[in-house]
Every structure is written in C-alpha cells, then in structure tokens.
Design a protein around this ligand. Structure first.
Ligand code: ADP
Length: 397
C-alpha cells in the first residue's frame, strides 16, 4: 500500500488508537495503522470478529459496555468509532475525566438518532427531505396517524438502523398503521419519499487543525435499501459535485468534528441535492479508496484522529467500481473458489473480512476493480459491465 509519509505537526500526535467496534471497518483500519506506525486497540464482543487478529490489543466486550471502554482508554491515547451503537451518556462520564474521543461526543449526540440528526442538519442549513417524528400521543388504542408527507412515505427506526434494516417504503396509510403497530408504536421517523434519479455519497475528513479533504463523489446503487455497488467517480455535472463538496465542508465545519464522515445524498431529476443521512465514521461508499486513491479513507481517519496532516484523497486511476459481497445463505463456507474467480478479473482486488458465518445480506467482503477510461460515459459503462460480471460470479446469476 502507498502511504503518504508521516509528518507529525506537533507533539500532539497520538499513536495508540482505541476503536469501539471490531468489524470490517476496524479491520480495514488495521492495514493503514500498521503502515503509519500506529497501534490499534479494539473493543469488540467476539474473539472471532474481523479486526481482532490485526489489532495490537483487544478488549473483549460489547460495544455499549462503557466499563470496558474505560479499560480501553487506559491502553490508548485517543478513542474513535467504527460503529455508532454506543452508550453516549456513559461515555460522556469518561470524556469528563479526560478521555479523548474523536469525533467529540457532544457532536455525536444529535447524530445517533435519525430524527435528531435531520433536525441538526436542517439547523446547519443543509438541504434534507421533509420529515416528521412519529410519536404516540395519548393512551391505549390505535393512534391516529396524521402526517403531511403524502404517499409513498418512508418509515425509519430512529436508532440502530443499518443496511436498510429499519427502513420501510410504505405505500399507503393502512400499511403505515399496520407496520407501526407491528413494532408496538415506538417513536419513529417519517420522511417524504424522494423519487431520486441517483444516490451519491461523499467521504469527507476534517483534521485537528481544521483542514478538510473530500474524496471524489461516488454513485451508490442500492437494492432493497442495501448498498450493492459504488462507482467512483460519479458521472455527474461539475456543479453538482461542487455543491456536494460545499455541503460536506459546511457540515464538518458546522459540527466542529475531527475524523472521517460518510454523507449520503439523493440527486433528483430536476437537479436538487438532498442529504439522506450522515455516518460519523468511515463508510461503505468509501471502500474503493483502499485501492483507487492516494490515501484510503481508513488512513485518512487515522491521520485525522491522531492529529496528523490529512493525506491526498485523489484517485490514482481513471476510476473504480466496488461491489459488496453480500451473504446469500446461512452457511459457514469461506467461498474460496468464487473469491479466486473474482481475483482473476483484471485489476480486481478482493477484500475478504474473514467472518466465520454467512447470512443473507451480511457484508462478507468486497471487490474493487480499477478502471482506466478517462471518458466518463465509457467509464460508467465499463463499471456497470464489471459489476454485472462480479455479481454473476458471486450470486451465480
Ligand atoms: P440505513 O441507515 O439503514 O442505510 P437509509 O436511511 O440510508 O438506511 O435508507 C436505505 C436506503 O433506502 C437508501 O439508500 C435509499 O435507497 C432508500 N431510502 C431511504 N430514505 C429514502 C427516502 N426518503 N426516499 C426514497 N428512498 C429512500
């Protein structure tokens, strides 16, 4: 891996990084940590989790176990996250006693709940789809659902949603009532259905010094609300890319955060750009950067949280396509034969997360294939053809 040289700017450079979560994101941080001469200490529930074999040290405990995070804090200089399903109140006590979290916990607080996050984005002047909180008022009986967002409408769990789990596209009032009742009427989020033309994403990083670096805007392709493919760079007009760049800058500066953030956008047919949601961490839409960019999003995140200058996020090739390898059955297979077929595709790199069990929809790995074409239309067509080839091998379709 090519790594931009480490040039510590001050004595504030931190070298022992604690990561809450030991899944594939922490695993991919592992390679960058080694190349930067940093040690990674992970807090994760299972010894079989992907990052454990690559971590310098592990605290085996649940993500939300703040007692375990206190132990993690003793072994590292800074703590960051690969997962936001944390117990923020308990972590705040640690922060008050001097533990350094990056991004800072006060900035994370409004981001962990999808409704609070949209309020925060709106307050920062960021364009978002219209939304409302769905809250039960009054006592027993079926509540009246009165909202002004029309149908279809999108119903979302406010917390702990990921990979489309907890997101429902609802065609009519009757289905909305039935779906909400099925969950027992918890507080949820309703969002206008955006008939987007494309979904796009930006990975943006902000350093301790306040510098911001943004990776090329990508197109993400979801099926059943789950990301299947990412095409980099997105084949979009320069002014649309510039608008997303500006939104990313406003966001990171407005939140006053350090680290990498994933920002998901809708682009409508009439050229409107709306932020769907943001993730306060490295993101699936940035995995292409491992092979296709001068600096990967994982190196960038470590640089930011350790107080190093940011690296160059530019592409080092014409473009790339990243395809997620999602589980399609309940199995213990390592799919070695298929991985070998994928690795034989010219300019392909297979990243296998080493999970011991597969289940439908679970992210088991990804493949990135580099593309040389400079012409955006040719690159797009090549990316789509390569994605079909990868998926034909992986899903045997
Ligand atoms: P998660 O946090 O689980 O990834 P998201 O809120 O990002 O869930 O939704 C997953 C996918 O569902 C999106 O990528 C998009 O394809 C679709 N989706 C979400 N919200 C909307 C919306 N308001 N309008 C249209 N489609 C949506």
């Amino acid at each position: 891996m090519n790594v931009t040289p480490v040039i510590p700017r001050s004595t504030q450079t931190l070298t022992r990084v604690g990561v809450i979560g030991g899944g594939q994101l922490a695993w991919m941080m592992g390679g960058a940590a080694r190349d930067l001469g940093l040690s990674l200490i992970v807090q994760t529930p299972h010894g079989s989790d992907p990052a454990v074999p690559f971590a310098a040290d592990t605290v085996l405990a649940a993500i939300e176990d703040a007692g375990a995070t206190a132990e993690l804090a003793k072994r590292c200089d800074v703590i960051t996250f690969e997962n936001e399903f944390i117990d923020l109140d308990a972590l705040s006590v640690l922060a008050q006693s001097g533990v350094c979290f990056r991004p800072r916990l006060e900035a994370l607080a409004p981001l962990l709940d999808k409704f609070d996050q949209l309020c925060q984005l709106r307050d920062l002047g960021i364009p978002v789809p219209r939304f409302e909180a769905l809250t039960r008022v009054g006592g027993d009986g079926d509540p009246d659902i009165d909202h002004g967002l029309g149908y279809p409408v999108v119903l979302k769990a406010r917390r702990h949603g990921y990979d489309g789990q907890g997101t429902f596209i609802i065609p009519d009032a009757e289905t909305l009532a039935r779906t909400w009742a099925k969950f027992g009427y918890p507080p949820m989020l309703l969002q206008e259905f955006v008939p987007f033309e494309r979904e796009l994403a930006a990975i943006a990083a902000r350093s301790v010094a306040g510098d911001v670096a943004i990776f090329p805007i990508v197109e993400t392709v979801q099926e059943d609300q789950v990301c299947h493919r990412v095409i980099a760079p997105a084949n979009i007009a320069a002014d649309a890319a510039a608008s997303m760049d500006a939104i990313a800058r406003t966001l990171l500066k407005g939140l006053d955060v350090v680290g990498v953030f994933g920002i998901e956008f809708f682009l409508t047919a009439d050229g409107r750009i709306l932020v769907n949601e943001i993730a306060p961490r490295t993101h699936n839409s940035g995995h292409f950067s491992l092979d296709a960019c001068e600096t990967s999003q994982f190196e960038q995140h470590l640089r930011a949280v350790c107080g190093l200058p940011l690296g160059n996020p530019s592409l080092k090739c014409g473009g790339a396509v990243m395809v997620n390898l999602l589980g399609f059955e309940f199995a213990k297979s390592d799919d070695l034969q298929k991985r070998e077929q994928l690795a034989a595709i010219p300019r392909a790199k297979v990243h296998w997360y080493g999970k011991t069990e597969s289940r439908p929809g679970r992210k088991l790995g990804h493949v990135t294939v580099l593309i040389d074409a400079d012409n955006p239309d040719i690159r797009q067509a090549e990316a789509e053809a390569i994605a079909r080839r990868v998926e034909a091998i992986w899903y045997e379709k």
